[in-house]
Design a protein around this ligand. Structure first.
Ligand SMILES: O=C(O)C(=O)Cc1ccccc1
Length: 315
Protein backbone atom coordinates (compact mmCIF):
# COMPACT_ATOMS: atom_id res chain seq x y z
CA UNK A 1 0.00 0.00 0.00
CA UNK A 2 1.33 3.45 -0.87
CA UNK A 3 0.60 6.71 0.92
CA UNK A 4 0.28 10.16 -0.71
CA UNK A 5 3.34 12.36 -0.26
CA UNK A 6 3.00 14.83 2.64
CA UNK A 7 2.83 18.56 1.76
CA UNK A 8 6.27 20.18 1.52
CA UNK A 9 7.34 22.41 4.42
CA UNK A 10 8.57 25.25 2.12
CA UNK A 11 7.37 28.77 1.31
CA UNK A 12 9.99 30.04 -1.18
CA UNK A 13 11.12 28.15 -4.29
CA UNK A 14 13.70 28.97 -6.98
CA UNK A 15 13.42 27.61 -10.52
CA UNK A 16 15.07 28.13 -13.91
CA UNK A 17 13.02 31.05 -15.19
CA UNK A 18 11.41 33.11 -16.49
CA UNK A 19 7.80 31.91 -16.23
CA UNK A 20 6.96 29.40 -18.96
CA UNK A 21 10.02 27.13 -18.68
CA UNK A 22 9.66 23.38 -18.39
CA UNK A 23 11.25 23.74 -14.96
CA UNK A 24 8.37 25.99 -13.88
CA UNK A 25 5.93 23.32 -15.14
CA UNK A 26 7.76 20.81 -12.91
CA UNK A 27 7.62 23.15 -9.90
CA UNK A 28 3.88 23.71 -10.37
CA UNK A 29 3.36 19.95 -9.78
CA UNK A 30 4.57 20.23 -6.16
CA UNK A 31 1.74 20.00 -3.60
CA UNK A 32 0.99 23.36 -1.94
CA UNK A 33 3.18 25.39 -4.32
CA UNK A 34 0.22 27.58 -5.43
CA UNK A 35 0.47 29.73 -2.33
CA UNK A 36 4.30 29.76 -2.16
CA UNK A 37 6.65 32.39 -3.54
CA UNK A 38 8.33 31.33 -6.80
CA UNK A 39 11.65 33.03 -7.61
CA UNK A 40 12.97 32.75 -11.21
CA UNK A 41 16.73 32.12 -11.52
CA UNK A 42 18.86 32.65 -14.64
CA UNK A 43 20.70 29.32 -14.36
CA UNK A 44 20.59 26.01 -12.52
CA UNK A 45 23.73 27.02 -10.64
CA UNK A 46 22.22 30.28 -9.41
CA UNK A 47 19.06 28.41 -8.29
CA UNK A 48 21.22 25.97 -6.28
CA UNK A 49 23.26 28.82 -4.80
CA UNK A 50 20.04 30.55 -3.67
CA UNK A 51 19.17 27.40 -1.72
CA UNK A 52 22.62 27.12 -0.15
CA UNK A 53 22.63 30.76 0.87
CA UNK A 54 19.13 30.52 2.33
CA UNK A 55 17.48 33.02 -0.06
CA UNK A 56 14.96 30.28 -0.89
CA UNK A 57 13.96 27.01 0.82
CA UNK A 58 14.25 24.76 -2.23
CA UNK A 59 15.00 24.78 -5.97
CA UNK A 60 13.58 22.77 -8.88
CA UNK A 61 16.24 21.66 -11.39
CA UNK A 62 16.28 19.32 -14.44
CA UNK A 63 18.30 16.14 -13.77
CA UNK A 64 17.54 13.51 -16.40
CA UNK A 65 15.97 13.20 -19.82
CA UNK A 66 14.44 10.00 -21.16
CA UNK A 67 16.31 10.47 -24.44
CA UNK A 68 19.57 12.29 -23.63
CA UNK A 69 20.23 10.74 -20.20
CA UNK A 70 21.56 12.67 -17.19
CA UNK A 71 21.82 16.46 -17.14
CA UNK A 72 25.48 16.27 -16.16
CA UNK A 73 25.78 19.84 -14.85
CA UNK A 74 22.96 19.22 -12.35
CA UNK A 75 24.15 15.71 -11.45
CA UNK A 76 27.64 16.97 -10.67
CA UNK A 77 26.42 20.06 -8.81
CA UNK A 78 24.10 18.07 -6.54
CA UNK A 79 26.52 15.14 -6.07
CA UNK A 80 29.82 16.91 -5.52
CA UNK A 81 29.89 20.71 -5.40
CA UNK A 82 26.90 21.40 -3.16
CA UNK A 83 25.68 20.04 0.17
CA UNK A 84 22.05 19.61 -0.90
CA UNK A 85 19.40 16.90 -0.55
CA UNK A 86 16.72 15.81 -3.02
CA UNK A 87 13.25 15.97 -1.42
CA UNK A 88 10.90 15.45 -4.38
CA UNK A 89 10.84 14.71 -8.11
CA UNK A 90 8.58 15.67 -11.02
CA UNK A 91 8.17 14.31 -14.56
CA UNK A 92 7.34 16.67 -17.42
CA UNK A 93 6.45 15.49 -20.96
CA UNK A 94 8.42 17.59 -23.43
CA UNK A 95 7.17 18.91 -26.76
CA UNK A 96 8.57 21.90 -28.64
CA UNK A 97 7.33 24.40 -31.21
CA UNK A 98 9.33 26.73 -33.45
CA UNK A 99 8.04 30.26 -32.76
CA UNK A 100 8.75 33.56 -34.49
CA UNK A 101 7.70 37.15 -33.97
CA UNK A 102 6.23 37.68 -37.44
CA UNK A 103 4.73 35.03 -39.73
CA UNK A 104 7.51 33.22 -41.64
CA UNK A 105 8.47 29.84 -43.07
CA UNK A 106 11.15 27.37 -41.98
CA UNK A 107 13.20 28.02 -45.14
CA UNK A 108 13.62 31.68 -44.14
CA UNK A 109 14.89 30.94 -40.62
CA UNK A 110 18.67 31.55 -40.38
CA UNK A 111 19.06 31.48 -36.58
CA UNK A 112 17.27 29.73 -33.72
CA UNK A 113 17.56 30.40 -30.00
CA UNK A 114 16.76 28.05 -27.14
CA UNK A 115 18.21 26.32 -24.06
CA UNK A 116 21.06 23.89 -24.85
CA UNK A 117 19.04 21.05 -23.32
CA UNK A 118 16.21 21.74 -25.77
CA UNK A 119 18.61 22.09 -28.70
CA UNK A 120 20.03 18.63 -27.88
CA UNK A 121 16.52 17.24 -28.28
CA UNK A 122 15.75 18.79 -31.69
CA UNK A 123 19.18 18.50 -33.34
CA UNK A 124 18.24 15.84 -35.88
CA UNK A 125 15.06 17.72 -36.84
CA UNK A 126 17.14 20.91 -37.24
CA UNK A 127 19.73 19.21 -39.49
CA UNK A 128 16.99 18.14 -41.87
CA UNK A 129 14.48 21.01 -41.64
CA UNK A 130 16.63 24.12 -41.01
CA UNK A 131 20.14 22.96 -42.08
CA UNK A 132 21.52 26.49 -42.44
CA UNK A 133 20.16 27.83 -39.16
CA UNK A 134 22.67 28.90 -36.53
CA UNK A 135 21.99 27.94 -32.89
CA UNK A 136 22.12 30.82 -30.41
CA UNK A 137 22.09 29.55 -26.79
CA UNK A 138 19.53 31.08 -24.41
CA UNK A 139 19.43 30.73 -20.61
CA UNK A 140 16.07 28.89 -20.96
CA UNK A 141 13.44 28.08 -23.60
CA UNK A 142 11.17 30.84 -22.24
CA UNK A 143 14.04 33.39 -22.12
CA UNK A 144 14.81 32.59 -25.77
CA UNK A 145 11.16 33.12 -26.73
CA UNK A 146 10.99 36.43 -24.81
CA UNK A 147 14.18 37.64 -26.52
CA UNK A 148 12.34 37.59 -29.87
CA UNK A 149 10.23 40.51 -28.63
CA UNK A 150 13.27 42.79 -28.07
CA UNK A 151 13.91 45.75 -30.39
CA UNK A 152 16.77 44.04 -32.18
CA UNK A 153 16.38 40.27 -31.64
CA UNK A 154 19.52 38.16 -32.12
CA UNK A 155 17.59 35.20 -33.57
CA UNK A 156 14.86 34.72 -36.19
CA UNK A 157 12.96 32.14 -34.13
CA UNK A 158 12.98 30.23 -30.88
CA UNK A 159 12.29 26.65 -29.78
CA UNK A 160 10.01 26.68 -26.76
CA UNK A 161 6.91 25.17 -25.12
CA UNK A 162 3.63 25.63 -27.07
CA UNK A 163 2.11 27.53 -24.12
CA UNK A 164 4.91 30.12 -24.06
CA UNK A 165 4.52 30.84 -27.77
CA UNK A 166 0.79 31.31 -27.20
CA UNK A 167 1.20 33.54 -24.12
CA UNK A 168 3.75 35.80 -25.84
CA UNK A 169 1.62 36.07 -29.01
CA UNK A 170 4.33 34.47 -31.19
CA UNK A 171 3.64 32.71 -34.49
CA UNK A 172 4.02 28.96 -34.50
CA UNK A 173 6.06 27.99 -37.57
CA UNK A 174 6.28 24.25 -36.75
CA UNK A 175 4.97 21.97 -34.01
CA UNK A 176 6.24 18.75 -32.43
CA UNK A 177 9.84 19.32 -33.61
CA UNK A 178 11.37 17.07 -30.90
CA UNK A 179 13.48 14.22 -32.33
CA UNK A 180 11.83 11.62 -30.11
CA UNK A 181 8.09 11.97 -29.52
CA UNK A 182 7.02 11.16 -25.97
CA UNK A 183 10.27 12.33 -24.31
CA UNK A 184 10.03 13.10 -20.60
CA UNK A 185 12.39 15.18 -18.45
CA UNK A 186 12.82 14.35 -14.78
CA UNK A 187 13.28 17.27 -12.40
CA UNK A 188 14.29 17.17 -8.74
CA UNK A 189 13.49 19.54 -5.91
CA UNK A 190 16.57 20.14 -3.74
CA UNK A 191 16.84 21.74 -0.32
CA UNK A 192 19.42 22.13 2.43
CA UNK A 193 19.84 18.89 4.40
CA UNK A 194 16.95 18.64 6.88
CA UNK A 195 14.15 16.25 7.77
CA UNK A 196 13.83 13.42 5.22
CA UNK A 197 10.34 13.07 3.65
CA UNK A 198 8.42 10.18 5.30
CA UNK A 199 8.39 6.82 3.44
CA UNK A 200 5.29 6.38 1.25
CA UNK A 201 5.84 2.83 -0.09
CA UNK A 202 6.80 4.25 -3.50
CA UNK A 203 10.08 6.06 -2.90
CA UNK A 204 13.53 6.54 -4.37
CA UNK A 205 16.90 7.16 -2.74
CA UNK A 206 19.78 9.02 -4.42
CA UNK A 207 23.40 8.35 -3.50
CA UNK A 208 26.86 9.24 -4.72
CA UNK A 209 29.59 6.60 -4.36
CA UNK A 210 33.24 7.44 -5.10
CA UNK A 211 34.70 4.37 -6.85
CA UNK A 212 37.46 2.92 -4.63
CA UNK A 213 40.77 3.19 -6.51
CA UNK A 214 43.09 0.27 -7.22
CA UNK A 215 40.60 -2.31 -6.02
CA UNK A 216 39.82 -5.03 -8.53
CA UNK A 217 36.13 -5.80 -8.78
CA UNK A 218 35.06 -2.78 -6.67
CA UNK A 219 32.00 -2.05 -8.82
CA UNK A 220 30.89 -5.67 -8.68
CA UNK A 221 31.26 -5.66 -4.87
CA UNK A 222 29.21 -2.46 -4.58
CA UNK A 223 26.44 -3.81 -6.76
CA UNK A 224 26.28 -7.08 -4.85
CA UNK A 225 25.25 -5.17 -1.73
CA UNK A 226 22.14 -4.02 -3.57
CA UNK A 227 21.32 -7.27 -5.36
CA UNK A 228 21.58 -9.49 -2.27
CA UNK A 229 19.09 -7.25 -0.47
CA UNK A 230 16.66 -7.05 -3.39
CA UNK A 231 17.29 -3.32 -3.90
CA UNK A 232 16.47 -2.33 -7.49
CA UNK A 233 18.59 0.41 -9.10
CA UNK A 234 16.69 2.80 -11.39
CA UNK A 235 19.72 4.79 -12.63
CA UNK A 236 23.48 4.35 -12.45
CA UNK A 237 25.92 6.71 -14.09
CA UNK A 238 29.64 7.21 -13.69
CA UNK A 239 30.96 10.78 -13.63
CA UNK A 240 34.47 12.16 -13.19
CA UNK A 241 35.04 13.62 -9.70
CA UNK A 242 36.98 16.53 -11.22
CA UNK A 243 40.00 15.66 -9.06
CA UNK A 244 42.09 14.08 -11.81
CA UNK A 245 42.03 11.55 -14.63
CA UNK A 246 40.70 8.14 -13.67
CA UNK A 247 38.81 9.36 -10.58
CA UNK A 248 35.13 8.59 -10.86
CA UNK A 249 32.00 8.50 -8.76
CA UNK A 250 28.79 6.61 -9.35
CA UNK A 251 25.55 8.54 -9.24
CA UNK A 252 22.83 6.04 -8.32
CA UNK A 253 19.06 6.17 -7.82
CA UNK A 254 17.56 3.13 -6.15
CA UNK A 255 14.05 2.04 -5.30
CA UNK A 256 13.20 2.39 -1.63
CA UNK A 257 13.63 4.71 1.36
CA UNK A 258 16.54 5.00 3.82
CA UNK A 259 14.04 4.13 6.61
CA UNK A 260 13.58 0.67 5.04
CA UNK A 261 15.90 -1.97 6.49
CA UNK A 262 17.04 -3.47 3.18
CA UNK A 263 18.06 -0.02 1.85
CA UNK A 264 19.84 1.00 5.07
CA UNK A 265 21.59 -2.38 5.25
CA UNK A 266 22.77 -2.14 1.61
CA UNK A 267 24.08 1.41 2.16
CA UNK A 268 25.88 0.32 5.33
CA UNK A 269 27.53 -2.48 3.31
CA UNK A 270 28.60 -0.04 0.60
CA UNK A 271 29.97 2.32 3.28
CA UNK A 272 32.49 -0.35 4.32
CA UNK A 273 33.90 -0.43 0.74
CA UNK A 274 33.54 3.28 -0.04
CA UNK A 275 33.38 5.28 3.24
CA UNK A 276 32.98 8.58 1.36
CA UNK A 277 29.55 7.51 0.03
CA UNK A 278 27.09 10.44 0.17
CA UNK A 279 23.38 10.11 0.86
CA UNK A 280 21.55 12.64 -1.37
CA UNK A 281 17.99 12.04 -0.19
CA UNK A 282 14.98 9.69 -0.02
CA UNK A 283 11.81 11.07 -1.61
CA UNK A 284 8.42 9.97 -3.04
CA UNK A 285 8.43 8.71 -6.65
CA UNK A 286 6.64 10.99 -9.09
CA UNK A 287 4.96 8.06 -10.87
CA UNK A 288 3.80 6.60 -7.48
CA UNK A 289 4.74 3.09 -8.73
CA UNK A 290 4.68 0.85 -5.64
CA UNK A 291 7.74 -1.23 -4.80
CA UNK A 292 7.70 -4.98 -5.35
CA UNK A 293 9.53 -6.47 -2.36
CA UNK A 294 9.92 -10.17 -1.70
CA UNK A 295 9.27 -11.35 1.84
CA UNK A 296 12.91 -12.22 2.64
CA UNK A 297 14.00 -8.57 2.25
CA UNK A 298 10.98 -7.00 3.99
CA UNK A 299 11.44 -4.87 7.14
CA UNK A 300 9.78 -7.72 9.08
CA UNK A 301 12.38 -10.23 7.85
CA UNK A 302 15.28 -7.91 8.80
CA UNK A 303 13.73 -7.28 12.21
CA UNK A 304 13.23 -11.03 12.85
CA UNK A 305 16.86 -11.70 11.85
CA UNK A 306 18.11 -8.96 14.22
CA UNK A 307 16.00 -10.30 17.08
CA UNK A 308 17.43 -13.80 16.48
CA UNK A 309 21.06 -12.54 16.60
CA UNK A 310 20.37 -10.47 19.74
CA UNK A 311 18.89 -13.53 21.41
CA UNK A 312 21.98 -15.59 20.50
CA UNK A 313 24.28 -12.92 21.92
CA UNK A 314 22.39 -12.76 25.22
CA UNK A 315 23.09 -16.44 25.92
O1 LIG B 1 14.56 25.97 -20.68
C1 LIG B 1 13.64 25.42 -20.06
O2 LIG B 1 12.45 25.59 -20.29
C2 LIG B 1 13.99 24.47 -19.00
O3 LIG B 1 13.27 24.33 -18.05
C3 LIG B 1 15.20 23.61 -19.23
C4 LIG B 1 14.76 22.50 -20.12
C5 LIG B 1 14.85 22.64 -21.49
C6 LIG B 1 14.40 21.61 -22.31
C7 LIG B 1 13.85 20.46 -21.76
C8 LIG B 1 13.76 20.34 -20.39
C9 LIG B 1 14.23 21.36 -19.56
Amino acid sequence: MTQSPAPLPFTRYAYLGPAGTFTEAALLQMPGVETAEKVPASSVLSALTMVEEGTVDAAMVPIENSVEGGVTATLDAVSVAHQLHIVAEALVPITFVVASRAPTTLSRIRSLTTHTHAWAQVRRWAEVSVPHAEFIPASSTAAGAQALLRDDPAADASICAPLVAEQLGLHVVARGVEDVPGAVTRFVLVSRPGPIPEPTGADKTAIMIPLPEDRAGALMELLEHFSTRGVNLCRIESRPTGDGLGQYFFSIDLEGHIDEARVADALAGVHRISPKIRFLGSYPRADRRPQQITSEVSDAAFSAARTWIEALRRR
